[in-house]
Design a protein around this ligand. Structure first.
Ligand code: FES
Length: 155
């Protein structure tokens, strides 16, 4: 089985779908290679993520990783939320095929952008700037895929 039961569960029943009205921060990111896009909106109280929603137009792994990242981030401090890694997202889902690891970067980057959007619009310094992979002109969403491509086949 290519995908874990948890990936399939979050793909078939994604949590926290939508856009928050009057969001405190919004993050949007697009994968330049596959064209998939995701948007995260957050509500913040006392520097913690109080509420969170996502919209993802993308592959099943992008939807599942977006869904799980909203569950992971809810209730977290802003610092904690921007520290979530693609590896933690994949682990939380019971693993992802190497060729799909880049999809989880969409989710973590969207969250980072939403946190920085909140901070900047409230006159504060961004904390994720410099760690957002999609803002790096040299970012290769498929780097991991190149590394592992020899023994990976996708259905
Ligand atoms: Fe584009 Fe998964 S193939 S994010």
């Amino acid at each position: 089985m290519l995908y874990s039961d948890k990936v399939m569960d979050h793909f078939n029943n994604p949590r926290n779908v939508g856009v928050l009205e009057n969001a405190d921060g919004i993050g949007e990111v697009g994968n330049p290679v596959c064209g998939d896009v995701m948007k995260i909106s957050i509500k913040v109280t006392d520097d913690k993520i109080d509420d969170i929603r996502f919209q993802t137009l993308g592959c099943g792994a992008a939807i599942a990783t977006s869904s799980i990242v909203t569950e992971m981030a809810r209730g977290m401090s802003l610092e904690g939320a921007v520290s979530i890694t693609k590896r933690q997202v994949a682990d939380e889902l019971g693993g992802l095929p190497p060729a799909k690891m880049h999809c989880s970067v969409l989710a973590t980057d969207g969250l980072k952008k939403a946190v920085d959007d909140y901070l900047v619009t409230h006159g504060r310094e961004p904390i994720a700037v410099g760690t957002i992979a999609h803002d790096d002109p040299d970012f290769d969403p498929h780097a991991e895929e190149h590394d592992d491509a020899c023994d990976v086949t996708e259905a």
